[in-house]
Design a protein around this ligand. Sequence first.
Ligand code: GAP
Length: 513
Amino acid sequence: MSEQFKKLVAHCKEYGFVFQSSEVYDGLSAVYDYGPYGVELKNNIKEYWWKAMVHNHENIVGIDSAIFMHPKTWKASGHVDAFNDPLVDNKDSKKRYRADQLIEGYAEKIEAKIQKDVDKAKKKFGDDFDEAQFRSTNGRIIDRQKKIDHAINTMNEYLGAENMEGLKALIEELEIACPESGSRNWTDVRQFNLMFSTQLGNVAGEEGKLYLRPETAQGIFVNFLNVQKTSRQKLPFGIAQIGKAFRNEIVARQFIFRMREFEQMEMQFFVRPGTQKEWFEKWKEARLAWHKAIGSPAEKLKWHEHENLAHYADAAVDIEFQFPFGFRELEGIHSRTNFDLTSHQELSGRKIQYFDPELNENYVPYVVETSIGLDRMFLAMMTNSLREETVPDASGKESTRVVLKLHPVLAPVKCAVLPLVKNKPELTAKAKEVFNSVKFAFNCQYDEKDAIGRRYRRQDAIGTPYCITVDFESLEDNMVTIRDRDSLKQERVSVEEAKAMVMKGIDMSVLFA
Ligand code: GAP
């Protein structure tokens, strides 16, 4: 784990964003709880997504479907037969790994060596350095890149062909050792289904077997006709949902990046067959714009085209984000054809079709899906905003501050109201009066403990964009000082003006313009 990532994880715990689940029992791996500030940030991300997807589109409606679904759902969707990861055990350490992640780990190590060479050259040549040219002409880098390409391309070929023997042979050929024991004593690679199952109380045996949904999308598919009819939507239209999903991930690492219980924000957009490519491109653009509007810099986002398409897709792309451990999938945009609706139609024996009044015909719609992990978006926002800076403190001396530069729209607490000093009843009373006059407008915090400088630092660390300070003059002139988290600018304004400044800063609607 890099230093930067360790700091992020520690910050999440120290300031009440994310805790390991069941920590008193030494934790449950790959399961996490969100603390007081974490739940606020999570809710704000949900609101930003829901407004952008549902409220801003007349032709997108929301649902909230159950986690448990009829077991046939997962047969029809292909999850019972094909939702597998290739697993391999090390016979010495008895540790279990995902074969593809072992191979990716091998490639990452080589990439790190390449990066080291690039960084060295950058330092040596300064402003004149041309990275692309260096990468394409340096002999050592070319050889290393060849090794990466061979490993990744061969792995993709074997994954696509479900060639488990091939994967094992590749692990052996690349001489990949177990990170725990250092040994190369591997079992065969085999497929492992990622769905959690449980049992209905009143039905014994296989009949009563239920799954915890591994994606929210199927709740949308099986409700297609219910929603289309009751909301009187015409194609093209979308159904959106935010909810929990569960996957029995084998390799639990990277904090909340890969969890066993997580949340998805998914939207299925139903379109006329033949128009799916056009909608796929539109949604790609719209989703990238959504990420940029909330402050993700363009250089931290990139596209990843899928080489191996899932059985249901005719096009698929990921939006990758630069997490502290490299670029990884944040969101998927998939053109899912009519696979899911057709499968549910076949297995249920019920017609799931749309009557198109313009064409005067019935058909099974095609679907373009956008699917983002809420927890991954949370991690991306924390990664993007956690900084250490040197700034002047209250006395004007240089000091270090840890600041969470979250977009004000996402900040857990929008504003803190602080009496300049504590134990002064008249000041406390005035500050409480200010607090009570703004607390219904946005999430606000009153704090009088410790010196004012420490209280500012505490608010910086949880990402509070504004602090309103009440001093003795406020008692006379009803003016307060409002401090901006990022610029550190302080302005003396009336309470009403301060409230208006906060309201303006947290106005989500400007992000959609
Ligand atoms: N309905 C399509 C679907 O589920 P996916 O690529 O498997 O596609 C979509 O998942 C998104 O869900 C991913 O881009 C990621 O953000 C999130 N996600 C998937 N597995 C996850 C896990 N184990 N922990 C956290 N987030 C996960």
